[in-house]
Design a protein around this ligand. Structure first.
Ligand SMILES: Nc1ncnc2c1ncn2[C@@H]1O[C@H](COP(=O)(O)OP(=O)(O)OP(=O)(O)O)[C@@H](O)[C@H]1O
Ligand SMILES: [Mg+2]
Length: 506
């Protein structure tokens, strides 16, 4: 019997049909991977199920009964929980407090702290979660925070857990740990719906694949064991995708971007310890490393967003210092790590976001007045070129799907003819068609002689794109290698502070 059945779900937004008569089912013990391009409607479908969005039409049945899910607490009561991509934990609370909040055990009218602690402890032991119930959430790694979110769902006795892009922010090791947990819970009859853009993960975990395209289901009965990554990607985007193929640099020229003696202390801790490197014209220099090892500080220093304790920075032999706008003007473009916090102004239109930071330039500005028709034209061109899916260029950026927001940030940085590009997590959350496109654009920019610094926790990405790879660990550059010289495992060891010998096989 179907555990869950959604029939004829339709949802319109102004100018967009997000879901068009969608049927979706989930059986007990399944792990369904929900695939689809950016803007296909995946998050919307799950928000309908979780009571965060009301559909225009459609029926939801759970365990054979018709249900009206008006709000998340209705879904939770039925046994459905959702872990969002941006976690919703309270940093200053302990693990236990975060898990029980909203469903606290009571002794009479008072919160029974002891009981809560015991219940959480039982849960952690029962499912072999490696986590301290008394730790403060603000001191946990991202992977641990995600485990807290899953525990929260288990505490509410969820039978169905929805995970929206759960691995986008995890390191490869954390992904493995998460999958182990999910497999184990699955043996205990828990069912999962997982949204992901990473087909390798779908293949490793899912028992069935469902594909959404433009708000419609295009496939709902695939067993990933019986298809290849190529077939899956074709089902999603309707054409063949060429990913993971190395395209070596055509011609590496002289030094373009040179940074030396970059030092930064934060709260008495060394965040960057005398970092120095050069990026050449026509070269992609990749920085591999687990998040939190100084990447953020490095990116912000190199783009003028923070002023480090010491740094000498030269672009084409010219010293660069000053504000973020000066850095942009000199020709250092920037794709920030976190598009929501640093890359976009949500309530602003797509076209304005596309010139953000460049809006005082004569191309777009005449004596303090924005040239609106120029900006509109420019926006329309970039919207088409970068496949940004939205009704118009005046649409508010905040209403776009996650991957389409990322495309705005990428389009902006690539289109102002920068000399050097500092690009962080360029393909986080974007679909494979767009990954292919973004990678091609990076290679094209490189082959016109620009210098690119790529910072990404995605090792596959660093390894396919980079012409040289540095590893950043605890604020130090601990390794420099050519592509292919170190294996994925060797790089992984260096990223976690181990010592890998070149040529070592693990
Ligand atoms: N609150 C909203 N207002 C207007 N349009 C919206 C809103 N939420 C979603 N949409 C639109 O509905 C469509 C589906 O969005 P959804 O977020 O479900 O996509 P998705 O498949 O999750 O994409 P991604 O992989 O990029 O996260 C998109 O075109 C999006 O712009
Ligand atoms: Mg989404």
């Amino acid at each position: 019997m179907n555990l869950l059945k959604m029939t004829g779900i339709t949802k319109h937004y102004p100018g967009t049909v997000a879901l068009d008569n969608v049927d979706f089912r989930l059986d007990e013990g399944e792990i369904v991977s929900l695939l689809g391009e950016n803007g296909a409607g995946k998050t919307t479908l799950m928000k309908v199920l979780y009571g965060m969005t009301r559909p225009d039409a459609g029926v939801i049945e759970y365990k054979g009964e018709k249900k009206d899910i008006k709000k998340p607490s209705d879904a939770i009561e039925m046994g459905i929980c959702m872990v969002h991509q941006h976690f919703m934990l309270v940093p200053a609370f302990t693990v236990t407090e975060n898990i029980v909040v909203g469903s606290e055990p009571h002794n009479g009218v008072v919160f029974d702290k002891k009981k809560a602690r015991e219940e959480v402890d039982d849960l952690i032991r029962k499912f072999h979660f490696n986590i301290d119930p008394d730790a403060l959430v603000e001191n946990l790694s991202v992977g641990e925070q995600q485990r807290v979110e899953i525990l929260k769902a288990l505490y509410r006795k969820a039978d169905v857990i929805i995970l929206d892009e759960p691995t986008a922010v995890l390191t490869p090791k954390e992904v493995e740990e998460l999958f182990e947990i999910l497999r184990q819970l699955n043996r205990e009859k828990k069912s999962f719906i997982i949204i992901t853009h990473k087909l390798k993960e779908t293949m490793a975990l899912a028992s069935r694949v469902v594909v959404l395209r433009d708000g419609k289901i295009t496939a709902s009965d695939f067993n990933p064991a019986e298809v290849t990554v190529e077939i899956l990607s074709e089902m999603m985007v309707g054409r063949k995708i060429d990913l993971g193929v190395r395209h070596a640099a055509k011609q590496i020229g002289g030094v373009s971007l040179e940074v030396s003696n970059l030092r930064l202390m934060v709260d008495g801790k060394k965040k960057l310890n005398n970092v120095s490197f050069k990026v050449h014209k026509g070269e992609i220099l990749g920085i591999a490393g687990i998040e939190g090892n100084g990447q953020s500080e490095l990116i912000k220093s190199l783009t003028g967003c923070i002023k480090p304790d010491s740094m000498e920075l030269f672009l084409e032999g010219d010293s660069v210092s000053g504000s973020a706008r000066t850095f942009l003007k000199k020709g250092i473009a920037h794709v920030p790590e976190d598009r929501l916090k640093q890359g976009l102004v949500g309530p602003m239109s797509i076209e304005k976001n596309l010139i953000l930071g460049y809006h005082t330039e004569p191309d777009f500005n005449n004596k303090g007045f924005l040239k609106s028709s120029v900006i509109k034209n420019y926006g329309q061109q970039l919207k088409e070129k970068f496949l940004i899916k939205a009704p118009t260029t005046e649409t508010e950026a905040s209403t776009l799907s996650g991957g389409n927001q990322q495309k705005i940030v990428i389009a902006r940085a690539f289109s102002r003819d920068p000399q050097a590009l500092i690009i962080a997590n360029p393909t986080r959350g974007v679909d494979i068609g767009a990954i292919e496109y973004i990678h091609q654009q990076m290679l094209m920019l490189r082959d016109t002689g620009k210098a690119i610094l790529l910072i990404s926790p995605d090792l596959d990405e660093v390894r396919t794109l980079s012409d040289r790879i540095l590893v950043l660990y605890e604020g130090n550059i601990v390794s420099e290698s050519l592509p292919g010289e170190l294996s994925e495992i060797e790089l992984g060891i260096l990223m976690t502070g181990g010592k890998a010998q070149k040529g070592e096989t693990a």
